[in-house]
Write a protein that binds this ligand. Structure first.
Ligand code: GDP
Length: 413
C-alpha cells in the first residue's frame, strides 16, 4: 500500500459517557469508511471494537486498541479511549498518543459526569476536540439544551457548525452553517443516502444568526481572514474552514456537530469534520524528550518534530494478547520503522527485533512492511516491551518522555 502523506493522517480518539453512543458511532464510522461490511449492533454482542469479545470467524483479531479507517484519501486511526470511570488510567494513557478527539454528548442528558472527567483529562494534554451531540432522534432530545450544558458544565466556548432539522422522531438532517446548506438523510437505515437542499424557510433566521456567531468567533483567530471579512462582510468557505481548524487546535473554541449515530444521520459530516478540523500529526507539536537524570520534570524540554527523515522514535501504548501472541501497539513519532529492524527499548535499556507488523482494520489485519512517523502499527514479536516503554533507533537514540502508568495487559485469547 502506498504511504499515506503525513497531512492525510488523523490519530483520533472517540470518547463519551457510558451509553452516549461511542460504540455505535465507531461502528458507523467503520461501516461508512468501507472496512466493516458486516455491522455489529451493540445488542448482538458483535461489535468490532469491543475488545472483550471473542474473535470472530476467519481468525480475525478483534481489538479496539487502534483501528484504521480510510475516508476521502485520508487515513483515520481510531485509538480506543475507554469511557468507564474505572479505566481512567487507560483514558489518560490513550490521550497521550492521539492528536485529536471526538467527544460524544448525549442529546437528552447533555454533558454527563464521565464526559466532564475525560474533558479535563483532554485539557491536560491539550487535545484538540470536536463535539458530536448524539441521539437527537430520542424522545426528549434537545440540541440547544444539550448545547447549553457544554457551557455550563465544561465552561467552554462551544461553537455550533450545524443546527438540527426537526426533532426527536422527526429529526431528518442538519443545517451546515459553514456552507449554508441543509443536509438531509433519506430514511434512517444503515447506508442511507443523503443530499444537499436549501435551508428550510423556518430555519433561515436561526441559521443566519448562528452563521454570524460562527463567523465572528472563528474569523477572530486569524488576522488575514479578519481582513477578508472586513472587506467583504463574509469569507470564503475555505477561509472559514481554515479558521475553524486553527481555533480548534488552539482550543479557542470547540466546534459542535450533531446527529443520531443509531439512525444513521450525521456520521458522514462528522468524518468530514475530523479531516477538516482535527490536526494531522504535523499540525501539532511533536513529542517531548524525557528529562535528563536529576532534571526538573517541569523544565522546558526539546521537542522532537514529527518527521519521516528523522531517527526512529516511538511509544508502545498498548499491548493486547491474542491467540497469535502479544500485539504491541506503537505510535511512531519520528522516522520510519521496517520489519526486521532492530530498535532500542530506551526504557529497559535493551535491544528488540521488530518482527511482523500490522495495521488493524475493522474486519481484517493488514500486514505492512514499514510504518512512518505520525502513524500507528501493531507489532508481533517484541519480547520485553511493556506499555508506556519508548523505542528508539540504535544509531541515534532519542529518549522520549515515557508514559508513567503501569497498565495491565488485556487478555483476549
Ligand atoms: P457507548 O457506551 O457510549 O459505547 O454507547 P453505545 O454505542 O453502546 O450505545 C448505548 C445504547 O444507546 C445502545 O443501545 C445504542 O443502540 C443506543 N444508541 C446509540 N446511539 C443512539 C442514537 O443516536 N439514538 C438512539 N435512539 N439510540 C442510540
Amino acid at each position: 500500500m502506498a504511504r499515506t502523506p503525513l497531512d492525510k493522517i488523523r490519530n483520533i480518539g472517540i470518547t463519551a459517557h457510558i451509553d452516549a453512543g461511542k460504540t455505535t458511532t465507531t461502528e458507523r464510522i467503520l461501516y461508512y469508511t468501507g472496512k466493516s461490511h458486516k455491522i455489529g449492533e451493540v445488542h448482538d454482542g458483535n461489535t468490532t471494537t469491543d475488545y472483550m469479545e471473542q474473535e470472530r470467524e476467519r481468525g480475525i483479531t478483534i481489538t479496539s486498541a487502534a483501528v484504521t479507517a480510510e475516508w476521502k484519501d485520508h487515513r483515520i486511526n481510531i485509538i480506543d479511549t475507554p469511557g468507564h470511570i474505572d479505566f481512567n488510567i487507560e483514558v489518560n494513557r490513550s490521550l497521550r498518543v492521539l492528536d485529536g478527539a471526538v467527544f460524544i454528548i448525549e442529546g437528552v442528558a447533555g454533558v454527563q459526569p464521565q464526559s466532564e472527567t475525560n474533558w479535563r483529562l483532554a485539557d491536560r494534554y491539550n487535545v484538540p476536540r470536536i463535539i458530536f451531540i448524539n441521539k437527537l432522534d430520542r424522545t426528549g432530545a434537545d440540541f440547544f439544551r444539550a448545547f447549553d450544558t457544554l457551557k455550563e458544565k465544561l465552561g467552554i466556548v462551544a461553537l455550533p457548525l450545524q443546527l438540527p432539522i426537526g426533532a426527536e422522531e422527526n429529526f431528518i438532517g442538519v443545517v451546515d452553517l459553514v456552507e449554508m446548506k441543509a443536509i438531509v438523510w433519506e430514511g434512517g437505515e444503515l447506508g442511507a443516502k443523503f443530499h444537499d437542499e436549501p435551508i428550510p424557510a423556518e430555519l433561515e433566521e436561526k441559521a443566519k444568526e448562528h452563521r454570524q456567531i460562527l463567523l465572528d468567533t472563528a474569523v477572530g483567530v486569524d488576522e488575514k481572514a479578519m481582513e477578508e471579512y472586513f472587506e467583504n462582510g463574509d469569507v470564503s468557505v475555505e477561509t472559514l474552514k481554515r479558521c475553524i481548524k486553527k481555533g480548534t487546535i488552539s482550543g479557542e473554541f470547540r466546534p459542535v456537530l450533531c446527529g443520531t449515530a443509531f439512525k444513521n444521520k450525521g456520521v458522514q459530516p462528522l468524518l468530514d469534520a475530523v479531516l477538516d478540523y482535527l490536526p494531522s500529526p504535523v499540525d501539532v507539536e511533536g513529542i517531548k524528550v524525557a528529562p535528563e537524570e536529576g532534571e526538573d520534570e517541569d523544565a522546558e524540554r526539546r521537542v522532537i518534530p514529527v518527521r519521516e527523515d528523522g531517527p526512529f522514535a516511538g511509544l508502545a501504548f498498548k499491548i493486547v494478547n491474542d491467540k497469535y501472541g502479544n500485539l504491541t501497539f506503537v505510535r511512531v513519532y519520528s522516522g520510519v520503522l521496517k520489519s526486521g529492524d532492530q530498535v532500542l527499548n530506551t526504557t529497559k535499556g535493551h535491544k528488540e527485533r521488530i518482527g511482523r507488523m500490522f495495521q488493524m482494520h475493522a474486519d481484517k489485519r493488514e500486514e505492512i512492511k514499514e510504518v512512518t512517523a505520525g502513524d500507528i502499527a501493531a507489532f508481533v514479536g517484541l519480547k520485553d516491551t511493556g506499555t508506556g516503554d519508548t523505542l528508539a533507533s540504535q544509531e541515534d537514540p532519542v529518549v522520549l518522555e515515557r508514559m508513567a502508568f503501569p497498565v495491565p495487559v488485556i487478555d483476549i485469547s
